[in-house]
Design a protein around this ligand. Structure first.
Ligand code: PEP
Ligand code: MG
Length: 883
């Protein structure tokens, strides 16, 4: 079997596509060599060998030893130097290279091949004794650390002592004899630590290094990194052995790293740093301040030390030519490492460069416009989740942060304002022109007005689908939820955290993208939605098959959704309309009524208000489908629970305080999520759904009459478990529709369907589809009920669950494809068997999650519905899923 692949000097036994076999670094070195770029000759030991190495008890087969020897001979042939030669020795680097890059996880050894003899040869051949002894001590240091496990602190200490003795500050001030003396000290330290001398045989050195690189694949930190990043333990790493080139051979030598475009803004400009007379690790180590690559960048930064463009114009021109060549060849922005040895450029690495969301967007669009990639490729190259960063103001990355707590990143964007602990105060202070952050232990529907008035929302309790999180996302307000370290005393107007006190009126900043809570005002930068962003959306819409709707109930949300390109409303949660200050009294009178007649009287007062809501929505969504969900939450949510509120509410509703209290007690539920909610309300109090249906149809007929653009109402019944429930509710809706149409002398088309948010409903979908014309998967409740995990309390333990790999991600954020996904597939199969044109959508929070959207596409749903600010993300994710 071939385990060793050679490159350089006109030979190239691999190519860029061989990453699985040669690792990313090895494959790209081979590719660069094959397109004629200056790559120091070398060999790559394949990942297959790494796997075999572990299978066979960590030993090297003879076959490998022979192939490596042949590979070394290849390097010797190209360089004209011999490995271990006492007069002009070949030195090599030994580096790891896995299939995907694992920054900082794996080991590297440079300058390998130096010993007490070859160092003299290197000094003689290079004519630079200082360089030779410096290289030797670097090698001992690195090799001892990486291969022999000797603490590098020992060496640093010796170096410091030497500098102090000689009254020197910088490493560069040390002379050849200093380094030579230090080599002696270093070797003694190694021998003391290990009980045997530093290896002098260059082949022993080589095999030690290869073993260490293979060994680093199984290091604890590499294992942890793989687990976090979904990298398989079985892939193994390759090893690259390559002739050394030296950036530390005087002032015509240098080493650097570069990106072919700006990785933070995406501009088409070379971007990078280099150091004259230095070796690779000096740039990374931050001991010296690197210099700019281009003159423009140096001038923009107002920096003094000359750029590479100015200091080494010829090599720079060559480098720029290589950048362009690599970008055209790989058709992507490249991240490059290079070394200049005495005026000659050498390429050490290239790979696709990591970039910010903003740069990803700009580079993708620019490259498509330049004709380098297709529109489809541009679509595929932007991470939809990262788009989120672009849709909201974000923290200025350069700003100072004083982080006091961390919660869940519940709704993206950054916001600053004064701390306010109460929704009414929040509304008042906001009306007076202040920026407010509403801080609550948790929010309830009664806080909506305060949330709306606030710039951002912070809670101590609650997960990613808690009330605060869902509502904040819907409103496009930044939100940090479940920041458990906050001790909030709203009554006293203070919260305590990490030994500090934050009082009402103090300014804080929250970052809903990271979950961080900071003291003071941290500056933000505004998003840009036209330009590249708009272009990407147009391209995405051309290829996607899934429709994208929004979850919205207020006119503001509905308009935002349309601006972001929503193709209708997939979920209008009507209960949010019930909490409106003007209506809550009528709602409470309805709940407090002793009989149906009393309830109807109160509902009659609500009817015109609901009709107005729907009229507005239908107007905004002219000609598009609007899914309206009938009342879902249990009635006691609308009643007060704080003692001091009872009197006020009782007076407003015109009942005695004790009557109100008795009714509240009667309605109290131990487990409201599984209680008297959803269609169970409609079954017991059909007049509520009847009022809502009437409001929907009256509004629909009115809008159709006025505008001619007939709205497409889809009336949705929540929390259905059985066919009979839906049948009963559909009868109420149909009967009401007929009555309205008869009164108005005009009909509109409409559909009646159901949410699928209980496992039983998914299993009985065949029967339920006999009644309902559409299903919308309410995956918040479906996840809660399928997993038996409370959506409001889960944050306390779900983090541990994810850390221990029980669920790959928070199942309330990214659909549990295996379990909940199976229920959705079953419901789809059984539902469509009954009714071939059954319309299928999803309206849980997962409707805006890219991985869940891919599942929806694969399962054959018709649309996804998500909060307005996620609509662009969903459009892009749906396009990617369709590619
Ligand atoms: C759901 O359960 O997924 C859903 C959309 O309804 P809600 O979040 O209002 O319960
Ligand atoms: Mg639900």
């Amino acid at each position: 079997t071939q385990y060793v692949y050679r490159f350089g000097g006109g030979v190239s036994e691999g190519k860029a596509g061989d990453k699985n076999l040669l690792g990313g670094k090895g494959a790209n070195l081979a590719e660069m060599a094959s397109i004629g770029l200056p790559v120091p000759p070398g060999l790559t030991i394949s990942t297959e060998m790494c796997i075999r190495y572990y299978e066979e008890g960590e030993r090297f087969p003879d076959e490998l030893r022979q192939q490596v020897a042949a590979g070394i001979a290849h390097i010797e042939g190209v360089t004209g130097k011999k490995f271990g030669d006492a007069s002009d020795p070949l030195l090599v680097s030994v580096r790891s290279g896995a299939r995907v890059s694992m920054p900082g996880m794996m080991d590297t050894v440079l300058n390998l091949g130096l010993n007490d003899q070859t160092v003299e040869g290197l000094a003689a051949a290079s004519g630079d004794a200082r360089f030779a002894w410096d290289s030797y001590r670097r090698f001992i240091q690195m090799y001892s650390d990486v291969v022999l496990g000797v603490d590098h602190y020992l060496f640093e200490e010796a170096l410091e002592i030497r500098k102090e003795d000689k009254g020197l500050l910088l490493d560069t001030e040390l002379a050849a004899e200093d380094w030579q003396a230090l080599v002696g000290v270093y070797k003694k330290k190694v021998e003391e630590a290990l009980g045997h001398p530093f290896p002098q045989d260059v082949n022993d050195q080589l095999w030690g290094a290869v073993g260490a690189v293979f060994g680093s694949w199984q290091s604890e930190r590499a294992k942890v990194y793989r687990r976090i990043n979904d990298i398989s333990d079985a892939w193994g790493t390759a090893v690259n052995v390559q002739a050394m080139v030296f950036g530390n051979m005087g002032d015509t030598s240098a080493t650097g790293v570069a990106f072919t475009r700006d990785p933070s803004k995406g501009d088409r400009a070379y971007y990078g740093e280099f150091l004259i007379n230095a070796q690779g690790e000096d740039v990374v180590a931050g001991i010296r301040t690197p210099q700019y690559l281009t003159k423009a960048a140096r001038e923009a930064a107002g920096a003094k030390p000359l750029s590479m463009e100015e200091a080494m114009p010829d090599v720079y021109a060559e480098l720029a030519r290589v950048f362009d060549l690599l970008e055209t060849h790989y058709r992507d922005m490249q991240d490059i490492e290079f070394t200049v040895q005495q005026g000659k450029l050498w390429m050490l690495q290239t790979r696709s460069g990591k970039r910010t969301a903003k740069a990803a967007l700009k580079i993708a669009i620019d490259m498509a416009n330049e004709g380098l990639i297709t529109e489809e490729e541009a679509i595929a190259r932007v991470d939809p989740a990262a788009l989120d960063q672009l849709l909201h103001p974000t923290l200025d990355p350069a700003a100072q942060r004083d982080v006091i707590a961390k919660g869940l990143p519940a709704s993206p964007g950054a916001a600053s304002g004064v701390v306010v602990f109460d929704a009414d105060h929040a509304e008042k202070r906001a009306a007076a022109g202040e920026d407010v952050i509403l801080v609550r232990v948790e929010t309830s529907p009664e806080d909506i007005h305060g949330m709306h008035a606030a710039r951002g929302i912070l809670t101590a309790r609650g997960g990613m689908t808690s009330h605060a999180a869902v509502v904040a996302r819907g409103m496009g307000r930044p939100c940090v939820s479940g920041a458990g370290s906050l001790a909030i005393d709203g009554k006293a107007g203070v919260m305590r955290v990490a030994g500090r006190e934050v009082r009402e009126g103090d300014v804080i900043t929250i970052d809903g993208a990271s979950g961080e809570v900071m003291m003071g005002r941290v500056p933000t930068v505004q998003p840009e939605l036209a330009g590249d962003f708009g272009t990407l959306m147009v391209w995405a819409d051309k290829v996607r098959r899934l429709k994208v709707r929004a979850n919205a109930e207020t006119p503001l949300d509905a308009r935002t959704a349309r601006d972001f390109g929503a193709e209708g409303i997939g979920l209008c949660r009507t209960e949010h309309m019930f909490f409106d200050a003007n209506r809550i009294t009528a709602v409470r009178q309805m709940i407090l009524a002793e009989d149906e007649a009393g309830r109807r009287a109160a509902l009659d007062r609500l009817l015109p208000e609901q009709r107005k809501d729907f009229t507005e929505l239908f107007d905004i969504m002219a000609g598009l489908p609007v899914t309206i969900r009938l009342l879902d939450p249990p009635l006691h949510e609308f009643l007060p629970h704080e003692e001091e509120e009872f009197a006020e509410v009782a007076a407003a509703a015109g009942v005695a305080v004790d009557v109100l209290k008795r009714r509240a007690a009667e309605l109290h539920e131990v487990n409201p999520m599984l209680g008297h909610r959803g269609c169970r309300l409609g079954v017991t109090y059909p007049e509520i759904y009847e009022m809502q249906a009437r409001a929907i149809f009256e509004a629909a007929v009115d809008v159709a009459e006025k505008s001619g653009a007939a709205p497409l109402p889809e009336v949705m019944v929540p929390l259905v478990a059985t066919r009979r429930e839906l049948e009963l509710m559909k009868a109420v809706i149909d009967r009401t529709a007929e009555a309205v149409f008869a009164e108005k002398g005009r009909r509109v088309d409409y559909l009646v369907g159901t949410m699928i948010e209980l496992p039983r409903a998914a299993l009985m979908a065949g029967e339920i589809a006999e009644v309902g014309a559409f299903f919308s998967f309410g995956t918040n409740d479906l996840t809660q009920t399928a997993l038996g995990v409370s959506r409001d309390d889960a944050s306390r333990f779900l983090t541990s669950y994810v850390e221990q790999g029980i669920y790959p991600k928070d199942p309330f954020v990214s659909l549990d494809v295996e379990g909940v996904g199976e229920l959705i597939s079953i419901a789809k199969e059984r539902g469509r068997k009954t009714r071939a044109d059954l319309k299928l959508g999803i309206c849980g929070e997962h409707g805006g999650d890219p991985a869940s959207i891919a599942f929806c596409q694969a399962t054959g749903l018709d649309y996804v519905s998500c909060s307005p600010y996620r609509v662009p993300i969903a459009r892009l994710a749906a396009a990617q899923a369709a590619l």
